[in-house]
Design a protein around this ligand. Structure first.
Ligand SMILES: NC(=O)c1ccc[n+]([C@@H]2O[C@H](COP(=O)([O-])OP(=O)(O)OC[C@H]3O[C@@H](n4cnc5c(N)ncnc54)[C@H](OP(=O)(O)O)[C@@H]3O)[C@@H](O)[C@H]2O)c1
Length: 274
């Protein structure tokens, strides 16, 4: 989802070599080396990951192979070819116990296999390469695949009641806005760790109600439940609010408010796009 948005948003101004999973497996170091040596890019952006958070609990080996070894492969190839690497990571590196939004300096403490594998990926990149940006996003939605916003809008259209966790706060991230932010960091941002989300924080319940309101389905029933009631295999942090502190320090333009991003994405969906 995010990789395609990055390719789409950056392609008018940059020459992009985009590769799908079938074309480039980041766990295959030799193949990746051949691809990158042939492309000779000015920078590499890695948005590939094993992102099924619950499946990671039972497929631990695959999670670490894709989310930790994969980025390590890319970092060591980039180091050998002196190419900077941007690696995308997640709010799930945190345990969510902090009362306030998380800044980049906060200590990660993941609750799930997915979160641990992504944290190890961040560390592998940092260990092998100086010229790297780690960019953490959160609650991602946008074109090309189902996501929280599209699923809530679809349930609204069908008039189905929604059972939504009442104890999670987040900073939603629209892929097309994140791609703009990624371009700004690539152009202007010093290497390092960045939180990159749309502006404003919300609870899952408020997020759901705003999607339904904007989509014209405010009559749809939202039933608040606890995280435990979802019975999902992987624990999620209760607080996934990522403060974009590094971007602010660098004076790099922030992403628009999340409500505005929802409006634009719903417009994209109602125009018949996926
Ligand atoms: N979605 C969210 O809410 C969210 C939140 C926080 C952070 N993130 C992070 O944001 C980044 C982008 O996530 P996304 O939402 O765009 O995920 P996505 O839609 O699941 O895309 C991940 C892509 O990685 C590919 N992939 C999996 N294993 C690979 C491998 N070994 N080699 C090459 N490609 C591989 C997948 O291909 P297949 O489908 O063919 O396997 C898929 O195309 C990830 O780093 C993720 O951890 C996402």
């Amino acid at each position: 989802m995010l990789a395609r948005a990055i390719a789409e948003v950056l392609s008018p101004r940059h020459q992009i070599v985009a590769a799908s999973h079938a074309e480039a497996d980041i766990t295959d170091e030799r193949a990746m080396r051949e691809i990158l040596e042939a492309a000779q890019p000015d920078a590499v952006v890695n948005a590939a990951a094993f992102t099924d958070v619950d499946a990671c609990e039972t497929q631990q080996e695959l999670a670490f192979r894709v989310n930790a070894e994969g980025p390590r492969n890319l970092a060591s190839i980039c180091r050998d070819s002196d190419i900077p690497l941007m690696h995308v990571s997640t709010d799930y590196v945190f345990d969510g116990e902090k009362a306030d939004p998380y800044v980049e300096e906060d200590e990660p403490r993941p609750l799930s296999v997915y979160g641990r594998s992504k944290l190890e990926g961040e560390r592998e990149v940092g260990k092998h390469l100086d010229r790297c940006w780690i960019v953490r996003v959160c609650g991602v939605f946008g074109p090309y695949r189902n996501n929280f916003v599209s699923l809530v809008a679809e349930s609204g259209r069908k008039g189905q009641p929604l059972r939504i966790v009442k104890d999670q706060r987040l900073a939603p991230t629209y892929t097309l806005d994140a791609a703009m932010g990624i371009e700004r960091i690539l152009r202007r941002g010093p290497y390092g760790l960045y939180h990159l989300t749309n502006q404003g924080f919300t609870s899952r319940i408020e997020f759901t109600r705003e999607i339904l309101r904007q989509a014209g389905f405010h009559h749809v029933l939202v039933i608040p439940i606890s995280s435990e009631e979802t019975m999902r295999p992987a624990r999620r942090p209760r607080n996934s609010q990522l403060e974009n502190a590094h971007l602010k320090r660098e004076g790099i333009e922030l992403l628009p408010a999340w409500e505005d991003a929802v409006r634009r994405y719903l417009g994209h969906l109602s125009a018949g796009n996926s």
